[in-house]
Design a protein around this ligand. Sequence first.
Ligand code: FPP
Length: 253
Amino acid sequence: MSTDDASAPSDTHAGASRVPAHIAIIMDGNGRWAKARGLPRAAGHERGVEALRRTVEAAGEIGVRYLTVYSFSTENWRRPAAEVNALFGLLRTFIKKDLGRLKKEGVKINVIGRREGLPDDIAMLVEKAERETASNSDFVLNIAFNYGGREEIARAARALSADVASGAVLPSDVTEEVLASYLDTADMPDPDLLVRTSGEYRLSNFLLWQAAYSELVFFDVLWPDFDRAWLEKAVAIYSDRERRFGAVSTGDA
Ligand code: FPP
């Protein structure tokens, strides 16, 4: 495998186990968690933020460098307005309450997805969070908000086409690496491990380009119940998998 292969492994070895450099999570099951308790769906999302806080902390402690979480998809606009507003409210509160602490802890915050269409105050909060944590490098938290994988690829293709039209990029220079540099995740390694909770087995338009070689792990646990033990279990499963990136097993060559 060449060293410039975008799918080259980026994980690290910690003792006998391999720690993924980048974990992506589809935080699913908040609604069912709330329903099972006779609570409004928004209460499930609120508890979901607590699970997110636990997960960021645990991921940093076990040596993960990038965590990308699916918080609001481009398809989530189809939900009732009250639920959409509740999710917006949770992002506002999360940034207002957690920014100071995350900044001190060396966390760099990025919000990936489509900025257009977000309420102005949220767009401003997001810019503030990104600006104030821009020089942090210990841990990157990517919050996918108003995010859709196809939308991201189409937006990247639009920006790249504009550069081709202006002559800044030659059509013959358009490679996978060049297109990837127009994505919201430019300069980040692809996720080594993608986890989805709540017993659903789909990508749901999450990181379609970046997850090409990710190891996929599905758990039945509902997101509000996710904790460090589940994260460690996902890492242990990942560690036992053999990643071949399209090649053959060592020893079979
Ligand atoms: C899927 O569960 C979850 C979401 C659509 C939202 C996830 C959001 C959070 C965990 C909190 C937001 C965090 C920030 C920082 C804004 P679902 O509602 O589809 O659950 P269901 O499938 O059981 O109905």
